[in-house]
Design a protein around this ligand. Structure first.
Ligand SMILES: Nc1ncnc2c1ncn2[C@@H]1O[C@H](COP(=O)(O)OP(=O)(O)OP(=O)(O)O)[C@@H](O)[C@H]1O
Ligand SMILES: [Mg+2]
Length: 374
């Protein structure tokens, strides 16, 4: 049973509140990505879980076992918590072979029954069975990270903690290893907490994402939810690109397009669909979501891939813009467009070449507008 429960965990270093009091429950077998800018408290959270840092307040339970209870003075040491760890700076021993590096924790614990089989089994899982006799300096960076992973899982811990394990590797290798680590973690049935500041890494690997800022968890949800329905402007900006709106959409609303045939809006309901044809409907829903736009919450913007250069049969808002820059990326063109409602240019994708200086209409479906709380 590898459910993790955190209850009021907090940590302060001098003036810095590295971790605000946090309640969190991570289900058995879940793969949680912890994402946020530098200094937001990701490593502190992981170190508290690992037992490398004592929180100032709160309790941590692994399944039915309490591993930390600050008020009761209870603190289980890292080696007794049943954790595997892969940290960016948790280097392999340079003077030990790959085999001995993986065997190290088992030997330290005098847990040596079937040692050779278990080490070879772990190395086979990371596709390095033939490298057992090599030394770390005889391996590539990616191979070293795979050995670190084998070392972390050799004694079958129920929980695996990873802190930026791929950040020292080059971009192409990171993408390969992402998939490999995810598949391995899932095939071993581990509960995983994976810290990164790379949003693509977090979204592609995890089935749940925590976005942190200044020691707080700002959003906790499935990758799709965090990306498509960010709750705050910070999360919207941090996860993916946002074409931000700085002035209320209602100021240009009269321009709408749509045939009414494809009523993608009718099934949303949530914003309170109003009868009276496509145009009135779009107006009603945009008015509802933008009425607080100038007070700091409301429509924050739209993801670049949701902006279209034509109406596409759906009812949409059309925003006039001027093309400032065109880049050809092979599978599409990327445009930078200047529009009245936004301080920064929007990024728009196009299948065909558009000339710099051209006036275009940028179409956005109301359902694709990102509405945040603040
Ligand atoms: N041992 C420490 N002593 C003093 N301050 C610390 C200590 N560890 C962390 N901090 C501070 O706590 C805050 C959170 O640090 P943490 O290492 O958790 O950030 P992070 O999200 O992992 O950042 P990064 O992405 O750069 O690794 C930072 O302001 C950091 O300077
Ligand atoms: Mg860190």
């Amino acid at each position: 049973m590898a459910r993790l429960i955190l209850d009021g965990i907090s940590k302060r270093f001098g003036e810095v509140q590295a971790l605000a009091p946090l309640d969190l429950e991570i289900g058995s077998g879940q793969f949680v990505g912890v994402l946020g800018p530098s200094g937001c408290g990701k490593t502190t959270l992981l170190r508290c879980l690992a037992g490398l840092e004592l929180p100032d307040t709160g309790r941590i339970r692994f399944g039915d076992r309490t591993v930390v209870d600050v008020e009761a003075g209870l603190r289980e040491p890292p080696q007794r918590r049943g954790l595997g760890m892969v940290f960016q700076d948790l280097a392999l021993w340079p003077h030990l072979t790959v085999f001995e590096n993986v065997a190290y924790t088992l030997r330290a614990r005098k847990d040596t029954v079937d040692l050779a089989d278990r080490v070879h089994d772990a190395l086979a899982k990371v596709r390095l069975p033939a490298h057992a006799a090599r030394y770390p300096h005889q391996l590539s960076g990616g191979q070293q990270q795979r050995v670190a992973f084998a070392r972390a899982v050799v004694d079958r811990p129920p929980v695996l903690l990873m802190d930026e394990p791929l950040s020292a590797l080059d971009a192409a290798l990171r993408v390969d290893l992402r998939a490999e680590l995810t598949a391995l973690t899932r095939s071993l049935g581990l509960t995983a907490v994976y810290v990164t500041h790379d949003q693509h890494e977090a979204m592609s690997m995890a089935d749940r994402i925590l976005v942190m800022q200044d020691g707080f968890v700002r959003q906790d949800g499935a990758p799709e939810t965090v990306y498509q329905r960010p709750q705050t402007r910070f999360v919207a900006d941090f996860i993916g690109r946002l074409n931000a709106l700085d002035r209320p959409l209602s100021s240009v609303l009269p321009v709408t397009a749509g045939t009414g045939a494809d009523t993608g809006a009718a099934d949303t309901g949530a914003e309170g669909t109003v009868a009276g044809g496509a145009t009135a409907d779009v107006h009603a829903r945009i008015d509802a979501s933008t009425e607080v736009a100038l007070t700091g919450s409301g429509v924050a913007g739209v993801r670049p891939e949701k902006v279209r250069l034509s109406a596409n049969g759906r009812e949409m808002v059309a925003l006039p813009a001027e093309v400032e820059l065109v880049g050809y990326l092979g599978d599409h063109y990327e445009l930078r467009c200047r529009l009245e409602l936004a301080d920064q240019p929007w990024v728009v994708m196009s299948d065909t070449r558009v000339e710099v200086g051209e006036r275009v209409l940028l179409h956005v479906a109301p359902d694709d507008l990102i509405v945040t709380e603040r």
